[in-house]
Design a protein around this ligand. Structure first.
Ligand SMILES: NC(=O)c1ccc[n+]([C@@H]2O[C@H](COP(=O)([O-])OP(=O)(O)OC[C@H]3O[C@@H](n4cnc5c(N)ncnc54)[C@H](OP(=O)(O)O)[C@@H]3O)[C@@H](O)[C@H]2O)c1
Length: 270
């Protein structure tokens, strides 16, 4: 049997206990990468680690961490170092949404959101990127969203802003590090079947999302992985969303904003 493409390499996935992160962990293990799974729910991570090790004969490590804690990225990087691991692929995936309008949400909830969705992404990347550059090979996949590309509607105020940040951050990192062997990609899914909508409290609104707009987490992971390997700095996953994003680029801004506002009323909580 030939070598698998990930053999001898290690991938770290945040938010690996569910949804898109879990799908990335499964894909990477199937490709032969050793995996480091991190999130808060240890039972989920232990179960997945056992399953991936048995199914794909890879080493699977678990690091429990709450990314809302400002020290979490440093602790993850230290745990990686202490176990003698070199991270070749980093998937910054953990995330959620905060329903409500800006001033009706407690500031501490916003602070926590900013910490998880932006600061932790930057912090973990800052710590794990230099060794990739030293070895001359690495891949960083940041899970953004189509929400970071469209005019933001009311509600979930910081969500689109945080994803736009992740897209721009990834583009700059890709330009800086691509020539040195480290590809960086912002992956932009639309509605994806996962626990996201339960955690965010919008499950009751999801019934009206047309079937053609639902993505499968495994497809998102596969398209994201292929994009980072190709060296694309941004990828929109799913044909329907690729078409929508193209359309947004050609239709007058006033119309796009009106459509976004009406979709926001349907799918978001203000
Ligand atoms: N689902 C969608 O429609 C959709 C669309 C576009 C983009 N996205 C993005 O995709 C990413 C993954 O979301 P998903 O859809 O897969 O949702 P999900 O099924 O709810 O998974 C979210 C993951 O993030 C982890 N997480 C949440 N808070 C955390 C914290 N404080 N510390 C550490 N880990 C934390 C969760 O693990 P624990 O609870 O165990 O900590 C879980 O593994 C997010 O960045 C999201 O914004 C989702």
């Amino acid at each position: 049997m030939g070598m698998k493409e990930g053999e001898g390499r290690t991938a770290l996935v945040t938010g690996a206990s569910s949804g898109i992160g879990k799908a990335f962990a499964e894909l990477l293990a199937a490709k032969g990468y050793a995996v480091v799974l991190t999130a808060r729910r240890r039972d989920r991570l232990d179960e997945l680690a056992g399953q991936l090790a048995a199914q794909h004969q890879v080493v699977a490590h678990v690091i429990v961490a709450d990314l809302a804690e400002p020290a979490a990225s440093a602790q993850i990087a230290e745990a990686v170092r202490a176990q003698g691991l070199h991270i070749d692929v980093l998937v910054n995936n953990a995330g959620y949404g905060v329903p409500g309008s800006y001033v009706n949400v407690p500031w501490t909830d916003h602070q926590r959101f900013i910490q998880i969705m932006m600061t932790a992404v930057c912090d973990l990347t800052y710590r794990l990127l230099p060794p990739m550059l030293e070895r001359g090979w690495g891949r960083v996949i940041n899970i953004a969203s189509v929400a970071g590309m469209v005019p933001a509607p009311a509600g979930h105020t910081l969500y689109g802003a945080s994803k736009a940040f992740v897209i721009r951050f990834s583009e700059a990192l890709a330009a800086e590090n691509g020539p040195r062997g480290v590809n960086v990609t912002a992956v932009c899914p639309g509605f994806t079947d996962s626990e996201f909508h339960d955690v965010t409290g919008t499950r009751d609104k999801m019934g009206s999302v047309p079937a053609m707009l639902w993505l499968n987490a495994n497809d998102v992971a596969r398209e994201g992985y292929d994009a980072v390997m190709r060296g694309d700095s941004v990828v929109v996953t799913g044909r329907a969303y690729q078409f929508l994003v193209w359309l947004i680029g050609v239709v007058p801004r006033s119309i796009v904003k009106a459509v976004s506002a009406s979709a926001g009323r349907r799918y978001r909580k203000v």
